[in-house]
Design a protein around this ligand. Structure first.
Ligand code: HEM
Length: 278
């Protein structure tokens, strides 16, 4: 090695030592101004996010937290999280160790923790399950560190989402909209209370809290049909004031939502009965 090479190496070592000392916050006396100059660069390097990692199924399978493993990771819908913080759950001795080192998306909502159940496909799951998976992902995003993506069903080998992921995400959005619409509908048509006695069989009735919807009216029990279907549920229907769709109406029949076309009376139950047999 020539003189130049030696000097460059020495400079490298000096900078490394200086860097380390700045890093650890040591007072460098006369070298402090130099330390202040390099500090912003060191900070930039240290705060930069590590690049997102792509995992193969095989690579992820090593992250079980067992001794000698490189860490404790799990995947859900192709997103990989470092769950070391939750070692008591996911580590080898934890009750949920089967989630470690793999993407067991489906089991998060089916509760099937067998090998056949711990899989990443969500085919045939109902909208409520897809919402459940989304909520689990949100939990991991909040509580654990996201480390990368799993190449396979949901991400290709360049880390881009696959059509399958985009389809699942669309279904999740649709499931959310459906749930919100149902919740809105529940405010207008709160579910009825129900009771069962041996003598009278099943009965439905309304109260100011039925269906978990607190309100200042009671309403009367009616069948509320699903649009375009012959399926219905019991709803407490407001039977005074303007209809819900037109709350400020000056002129109304003072029948609340009784005239809504999706609302039908129970057979054998008078219009103003507050309890109906089903
Ligand atoms: C589909 C079924 C279930 C799944 C997928 C599931 C999944 C999980 C997961 C992933 C965790 C760890 C959460 C974290 O990282 O903080 C957890 C924690 C826990 N689970 Fe479950 N679980 C299920 C059913 C149950 C049931 C039925 C019970 C009780 C009878 C239960 C009781 C608990 C308890 C007590 C904790 C610990 C909470 C804590 O320490 O913060 N789980 N569960």
């Amino acid at each position: 090695m020539g003189l130049l090479g030696t000097s460059v190496s020495l400079l490298g070592v000096l900078l490394a030592v200086l860097g380390y000392l700045v890093w650890t916050g040591v007072d460098l006396g006369p070298l402090n101004p130099l330390a202040q100059m390099v500090k912003p660069y060191l900070e930039k390097v240290s705060t930069e996010e590590p690049p997102e990692r792509l995992f193969t199924t095989h690579q992820l399978s090593k992250y079980t937290g067992k001794s000698g493993s490189p860490g404790l990771y799990l995947g859900i819908l192709g997103k990989v999280f470092d769950v070391k913080k939750g070692k008591k759950h996911y580590g080898p001795k934890g009750g949920y160790s089967f989630f470690a080192g793999r993407d067991g998306t489906r089991a998060f909502v089916t509760g099937d923790f067998t090998e056949a159940g711990l899989v990443d496909n969500v085919d045939g799951l109902v909208p409520r399950d897809l919402i459940g998976i989304k909520e689990w992902i949100q939990m991991y995003e909040k509580e654990y560190k996201y480390v990368g993506k799993l190449i396979g069903r949901y991400y290709n080998d360049e880390g881009n989402p696959t059509k399958e992921l985009l389809d699942v995400e669309d279904k999740m959005k649709a499931a959310h909209s459906e749930k919100n619409a149902e919740e809105e509908l529940k405010k207008t048509f709160p579910p009825c209370n129900s009771m069962y006695t041996k003598e009278d069989g099943a009965k439905v009735f309304c109260s100011k809290k039925s269906g978990g919807i607190e309100r200042d009216w009671v309403g009367v029990p009616r069948k509320l049909y699903k649009p375009g279907s012959d399926r219905y549920r019991c709803a407490c229907v407001k039977n005074t004031g303007p209809p819900a769709g037109d709350p400020g109406a000056d002129q109304h029949k003072d029948r609340g939502d009784l005239d809504n076309p999706l609302v039908k009376e129970y057979d054998g139950c008078a219009s103003d009965d507050t309890v109906c047999r089903t």
